[in-house]
Design a protein. Structure first.
Length: 324
């Protein structure tokens, strides 16, 4: 399913099977999650995709073939391919262990082809081994919604009360992680979205309500996954002195002006960019220990446009996943 750039619509195409180059692996795709970042790319809100493009960066599959120089991965092994597809390894950010801020990165499904296909090619150094026996559809959302949610959670710092704004794919995974660690979770949804609020409570949220409603207690931190800049002032007013608001998305509408008093008392606003391989090394064992269960809606690969539209209009609880 290919994005040509002429419209926010993917086109089905038959292409030759790709071949892995040096230090790459060819992967037969079992499942690929549909991420909000894919929607931002398709809708033109991220302006530099490498077109024509096969989107998708929550990829679960089996190694079909290894290229020259690959070690540590074997044919038939199950792996996952995340958003971070490659880094330069020598810029100042890579040198300080902050590869997520690399000056010359490649991103899966954005600047290199992704997983809305039967096969994809990935840099072998940037894939994660995954459980052999697990359901690939259930695993797929962990590759971005899980990983970026986990990085956002770590950026929030030590917390006892955590607010999640936008209760979609990332929040429904993170809620389970936080509850496993004894954190109280407060879920903020679109006003009037009772289905999402019921979903949050079913996953252990101590409270769920509309984003315009005040929380019943001051929060230690809030994470915003919805791409809505107007939520930032609301979240600032919901956190205690010294609290932190984490913006967890790659794209957000403009943040409106707000009184300095809302930021004062050492409150902070921070953003999260991409992920590191170390995030995956820490996250996947924790997700297994917390017995994270993803809620998914399966779509055949050729219905990718329908899945994107359901995400665009908020018709999903949990995550959409494409299956070739």
């Amino acid at each position: 399913m290919i994005l040509t750039g002429r419209s926010p619509f993917l086109h089905a195409r038959d292409l030759p099977q790709p071949a892995p180059g040096p230090h790459e692996v060819l992967i037969r795709v079992e499942a690929c999650g549909v991420c909000r970042t894919d929607l931002h790319i398709v809708d033109g809100e991220l302006s530099a995709p490498r077109l024509p493009l096969i989107p998708g960066h929550e990829i679960v599959g089996r190694v079909e073939q290894t290229g020259p120089g690959v070690s540590g991965l074997s044919t038939g092994q199950r792996v996952g391919v995340p958003w971070l597809g490659q880094t330069c390894g020598h810029c100042p950010y890579c040198a300080m262990g902050r590869e997520n801020l690399c000056d010359a990165p490649l991103f899966t499904g954005y600047t290199r082809n992704g997983g809305y296909a039967d096969y994809c090619v990935a840099d072998a150094g940037y894939v994660f081994p995954l459980p052999e026996a697990a359901d690939p559809v259930a695993l797929a959302p962990l590759l971005c919604a899980g990983l970026i949610g986990f990085r956002s959670y770590r950026m929030a710092g030590p917390v006892q009360r955590l607010g999640l704004y936008g209760f979609g794919a990332a929040s429904h995974i993170l809620c389970q992680i936080a509850r496993h660690q004894g954190v109280e979770v407060f879920a903020f949804t679109r006003d009037g979205d009772e289905a999402a609020q019921d979903f949050a409570r079913a996953l252990g949220a101590a409270w769920a309500g509309g984003s315009s409603e005040p929380a019943p207690a001051l929060l230690d931190a809030a994470i915003i996954f919805a791409p809505v800049g107007a939520l930032v002032p609301l979240a600032l007013r919901a956190v205690r002195k010294g609290g932190r608001v984490v913006c967890g998305g790659i794209h957000m509408s403009d943040i409106p002006a707000f009184p300095y008093a809302d930021l004062w008392h050492e409150r902070e606003i921070v953003s999260v960019a991409n992920l590191t391989r170390a995030d995956g090394e820490a996250f996947f064992p924790l997700a297994e220990a917390a017995r994270v269960r993803t809620q998914t809606a399966r779509y055949p690969l050729d219905r990718a446009n329908e899945a994107l539209d359901d995400l665009r209009h908020g018709r999903l609880q949990g995550a959409a996943v494409l299956v070739p």
